[in-house]
Design a protein around this ligand. Structure first.
Ligand SMILES: [Zn+2]
Length: 234
C-alpha cells in the first residue's frame, strides 16, 4: 500500500511501489509510461491484468466527463444522467486515489441486449479485445464493477424502476430517488474499484466497515450525505 500523496507525487509514489514489487520478483511489468501516466501489467493473480495509473493533477472534471459513456437507450429516459454534472460531482467529492485507475463509467438502460450491441465495439481492453466478450452488463442489478478493466457500469433502467416502487406511497418523487440511486451506485462501484487497486493507500479505508460490500456502501452513503448533489439532466 502506497502513502497518501497527491499530484505528480502520487503517481511517482505508486510507480516506486510498483518498481519495488518488480524488483522483489513479483510477476508485474510496465507496459508503457509517460510524465502523466503509466500502465502496469499485474499477473500476481494469474490474469495479466492491465492497470493504468494517471497523475492526480490530470484527473479534472473534463477528464472524468471523457470517461463517461451513456448508451443511446439510457439517454432517452425522463431521468437521464447529465454526464457534465456527474463528472463535476465526482471531481468535487471523490478522493483522486479512488479515481486514479478509472477507465470508464458506463450508463446502460434496462434494454441491455440493445446496449450490448452498441457497446461491443466501444469497450476494448488495452490490446484491442472487446471487453464484452468476457464481461456481462448488469441486467439484474443496479451496478457492477469489472475488476480486470477498472470500469464501472450502472443500470439506469433498473434504478428508475426501483425508484418508482419507492415512490408508490407518494412520499418522494422518481427524479429525487433516481438521482440518489445513480450517485450512490456510481460511488459504490467506484469504491469497489479502489478496493481492487493493489496500490490504493490504506488511509482510504480507515474508519469504514471491513466487509468489502458494507465498506463500499458505507463510503458511498457517507459521500452522498456530506455533499448532496444532483446529476440528472432535468
Ligand atoms: Zn457492491
Amino acid at each position: 500500500m502506497a502513502e497518501m500523496i497527491v499530484g505528480h507525487n502520487a503517481l511517482k509514489g505508486i510507480r516506486e511501489a510498483v518498481q519495488a514489487d518488480i524488483d522483489s520478483g513479483e510477476p508485474i511489468y510496465i507496459l508503457d509510461e509517460s510524465e502523466s501516466e503509466f500502465t502496469a501489467v499485474d499477473d500476481t493473480e494469474g490474469t495479466d491484468r492491465t492497470i493504468r495509473y494517471i497523475s492526480h493533477d490530470k484527473i479534472t472534471s473534463a477528464w472524468l466527463e471523457g470517461k463517461i459513456v451513456i448508451t443511446y437507450s439510457a439517454g432517452w429516459y425522463d431521468q437521464a444522467v447529465d454526464p457534465h454534472s456527474l463528472a463535476e460531482y465526482l471531481f468535487k467529492t471523490v478522493d483522486k486515489h479512488v479515481l486514479q485507475t478509472l477507465e470508464h463509467i458506463v450508463i446502460v438502460s434496462a434494454d441491455t441486449e440493445r446496449d450490448w450491441d452498441e457497446l461491443f465495439s466501444i469497450l476494448e481492453d488495452r490490446h484491442g479485445n472487446p471487453i464484452l466478450e468476457v464481461c456481462d452488463l448488469p441486467d439484474e442489478c443496479v451496478g457492477i464493477q469489472w475488476t480486470e478493466y477498472q470500469t464501472v457500469v450502472v443500470n439506469l433502467g433498473n434504478i428508475i424502476e426501483l425508484s418508482k416502487e419507492l415512490c408508490s406511497d407518494g412520499f418522494s418523487d422518481v427524479a429525487t430517488e433516481t438521482n440518489i440511486g445513480v450517485i450512490t451506485t456510481v460511488l459504490h462501484e467506484l469504491f469497489h474499484m479502489a478496493q481492487n487497486d493493489p496500490y490504493a493507500p490504506e488511509e482510504l479505508f480507515l474508519g469504514l466497515p471491513a466487509d468489502p460490500e458494507d465498506q463500499a456502501e458505507a463510503w458511498a452513503r457517507k459521500t452522498f450525505e456530506e455533499n448532496g448533489g444532483y446529476v440528472l439532466a432535468k
